[in-house]
Write a protein that binds this ligand. Structure first.
Ligand SMILES: [Zn+2]
Length: 213
């Protein structure tokens, strides 16, 4: 029989986590930064299939591409119990692999920031992770936050990494255009200033500006 289940490191286990209303994944022993924690498994379905399924069955889901989701129907599998944190100790490597962002001590809960995987609004919720930088509301647009681009560089799902690159290029282009616009405006003021001088007027502001130029 073919199973679509994932794999979890023997150094991890699921434990009940009342605070988060269910289960969480915890380290049984010390883990090093970069160590492979989990490979998620399941069935791959399209966005349309995902929308229909939502009303019919209970499942665990992970967005892995613009229009594809990984779905697991198996209940109680440890690898499907990873909770979100706004201050995570794990990150994505590719679409379905979770690795340690830093060294992890025994009994620490394994969490990753869902902004690393989610690019649509299929799993939005109020966060009570307790991190000082907690975003309080987790949405499918959190990947757009520039502070996360630096913090999680190399740990976003590949489709989000592509989106971020496009956004960064757009921001750079906007800044270039703005700078070019400001230079043109400055030149316009300066030429007005020259005209004023030739007309016998010369305001303090203009004089200061000319000194700086
Ligand atoms: Zn939080």
């Amino acid at each position: 029989m073919i199973t679509a289940s994932g794999r979890i490191s023997p150094k991890l286990e699921a434990r009940e986590c009342q605070r988060k209303g269910g289960y969480g994944v915890y380290a049984r022993e010390y883990l090093q930064k970069g160590e492979l924690l989990i490979v998620w498994g399941g069935e791959i379905i399209t966005r349309d299939e995902f929308q229909k399924l939502k009303t019919e069955k209970e499942f665990v889901s992970l967005q892995i591409e613009e229009d594809f989701y990984l779905i697991s129907y198996s209940k109680g599998r440890a690898e499907d119990c990873v909770n979100h944190s706004c201050n995570p100790n794990a990150g994505l490597q590719g679409q379905i692999i979770l690795t340690a962002l830093r060294d992890i001590l025994p009994d620490e809960e394994i969490c990753y920031d869902y902004a690393m995987s989610d690019g649509s609004n299929y799993d939005e919720f109020e966060c009570r992770c307790g991190a000082s930088a907690c975003r309080k509301i987790i949405t499918g647009s959190d990947w757009r936050l520039p502070e996360l681009w630096t913090r999680y560089e190399g740990y976003f799902s590949p489709y989000l990494q592509r989106r971020i690159r496009h956004l960064q290029q757009e921001v750079m282009q906007t800044n270039k255009n703005r700078q070019a616009g400001e230079s043109r405006a400055y030149l316009a003021v300066d030429s007005r200033c020259v005209e004023s001088v030739s007309n016998g007027f010369f305001s303090t502001t203009h004089r200061l500006m000319r000194k700086q130029s």
